[in-house]
Write a protein that binds this ligand. Structure first.
Ligand code: KIV
Ligand code: ZN
Length: 528
């Protein structure tokens, strides 16, 4: 087993980066991913050089189990963690999924420790919670020496009880103990004091790594994580683009770039390859269809844009006037033209490998055909175009519905008509519908062919790159009937086709969700 402890290097201390994009991040509305997509994100996290990838919650569904197993088998650098509640069935299931990672496998088990959760959710006395936590850690430790324990809702837990639980789970074999701000309630000063209290009052605290996991309900997740590091926390749990339950988790890019940019007063460092931050952010947006807001720190479209004359002038004199970090340091270069319609299979394959796609011959043939079709419609193909094409047409292999073609007629004085031909479970079907505009006509036709009664909640239209032949990108949200929204995305040089693809993508995700046998997450069952 590799050492869990951070090492003091000169005067700087290394912070372990635990990425939970594929678990806490994926748990948030609109961010669900299929197995291929999760493996693809995991490969990018490997390039980013995070220390730990939390790959999922294996007992949650067959899909989650399989994703964790595939990631555990294929990712070589980072440790792979799987989440499980504090009961034998969950722990055994997590271990089954994690086994292929060998000595890099980490079991992450949790139970809530706050009075509110113990009384209302678990309906367990504190003594029972303590005993359950110890038993869970012992069971996990019988499989691996790499065990993380989380005291859910730690920031609303009575401190003496929190210290008692932390001491007991370390004695039981936990090598990392996480102190989550589950509901995003704490503030930096308070969180600093909680970590400091544990450091000062838990006698065996030095035998484990103290981890922090912050939610962003009050917009303080990054600030709280940094305060905790200053108090002695050695691991930070975070997600790309800050996705996660409700308002999200601590954003990896903001945390890492804060530590890097303020070396003058923060004596810490991470191993993250910061040039991979922008590719990771874009890949996640491409896969989930959820774009970051333009003013998002580090990865937003405006993060390095200087609009006002005074700022532009200052930048021309010296970029340090208005730039505290360089765009290059987060992997943001001017978009380079990478390929065009004369590019051959070789150049295309090489570009795919550079972007992190490893395809077998059959998938490469398929991708190359799509690339040629795109290159016919668009003279210059950028990396972003390739990512969009791969996410939409190549990685989504098991789609129930596929668009063959769409023809739309519309104009100022006539209703729009859309004629759509598609594959539904491998059968060719076609229809034409009238609508109030071309998108309405297209969605009516698609809903008729797929027999869907879905309600379209909203639609966003943007462009992937610049120019009049740029690919348009459409994101739609449909209601799933269980109060959850499902997101779909589509791209094309034709915006109506992009909208049609986005709706079909959402219907495919809905079909996949309905197919997946979801094991109900009864969190009151921790002690079972
Ligand atoms: O927010 C939380 O408490 C969690 C734990 C399961 C670590 O996600
Ligand atoms: Zn969380």
């Amino acid at each position: 087993m590799m050492s869990q402890k951070t090492t003091e290097k000169d005067e700087k201390k290394r912070i372990i980066v635990f990425d939970t994009t594929l678990r806490d991040g994926e748990q948030s509305p609109g961010n669900s991913m299929n197995i291929e997509e999760k493996v693809r994100i995991a490969k990018q996290l490997e390039k980013l050089n995070v220390d730990v990838i939390e790959a999922g919650f294996p007992i949650a569904s067959e899909g989650d189990f399989e994703a964790v197993r595939r990631i555990a088998a294929s990712i070589k650098g980072p440790q792979i963690a799987g989440l499980c509640r504090a009961n034998p069935k969950d722990i055994d299931c997590a271990w089954d999924a994690l086994k292929p990672a060998g000595e890099r496998a980490r079991i992450h088990t949790f139970i809530a420790t706050s009075d509110i959760h113990m009384e209302y959710k678990l309906q367990m006395e504190p003594e029972k919670v303590l005993a359950t936590a110890i038993a869970a850690v012992k069971r996990a430790a019988s499989y691996t020496s790499n065990v993380e324990f989380s005291c859910e809702d730690a920031t609303r837990t009575r401190l003496p009880f929190l210290a008692q639980v932390v001491e007991a789970v370390i004695d039981a074999g936990a090598t990392t103990v996480n102190i989550p701000d589950t509901v995003g309630y704490t503030i930096p000063f308070e969180y600093f004091n909680i970590i400091k209290y544990l450091k000062d009052n838990v006698p065996n605290i030095d035998k484990a790594v103290i981890s922090v996991h912050c939610h962003n309900d009050l917009g303080l997740a990054v600030a709280n994580s940094i305060a905790a590091i200053q108090a002695g926390a050695e691991q930070v749990e975070c997600t790309i683009n800050g996705i996660g339950e409700r308002a999200g988790n601590c954003s990896l890019e903001e945390l890492v770039m804060t530590l890097r940019t303020r070396q003058d007063i923060l004596p810490f460092f991470t191993k993250v390859a910061t040039q991979q931050i922008t590719p990771a952010s874009r890949l996640l947006s491409t896969v989930t269809g959820i774009m970051v807001q333009p003013n998002k720190a580090v990865v937003g479209a405006n993060a390095f844009a200087h609009e006002s004359g005074i700022h532009q002038h200052g930048m021309m004199m010296d970029s340090s006037t208005y730039e505290i970090m360089t765009p290059e340091s987060v992997g943001l270069g001017a978009s380079v033209i990478v390929l065009g319609k004369h590019s051959g299979r070789h150049a295309f394959k090489k570009r795919l490998i550079d972007l992190g796609y490893e395809l077998d011959d059959e998938a490469l043939d398929k991708a190359f055909k799509k690339f040629k079709a795109l290159a016919d419609a668009k003279k210059e193909i950028f990396d972003e175009d390739i990512d969009a094409m791969m996410a939409e047409q190549v990685l989504r292999l098991n789609d129930r519905y596929q668009l063959d073609h769409i023809t739309v007629t519309c104009g100022t004085f006539q209703s729009a008509t859309a004629t759509v031909q598609m594959q539904v479970d491998g059968v060719t079907v076609r229809t034409a519908e009238l609508g109030d505009g071309p998108v309405d006509a297209a969605s009516k036709a698609i809903k008729k062919l797929t027999r869907s009664k879905c309600k379209l909640l909203n639609m966003n239209i943007g462009s992937i790159t610049s120019g009049t032949d740029a690919q348009g990108e459409v994101t739609v949200k449909i209601a799933n009937g269980d109060n959850r929204a499902i997101t779909g995305r589509g791209s094309s040089t034709d915006i109506i086709e992009a909208a049609a693809k986005a709706l079909i993508n959402a219907l495919n995700c809905q079909a996949a969700v309905n197919r997946e046998k979801i094991v109900m997450m009864n969190t009151s069952g921790e002690g079972e």
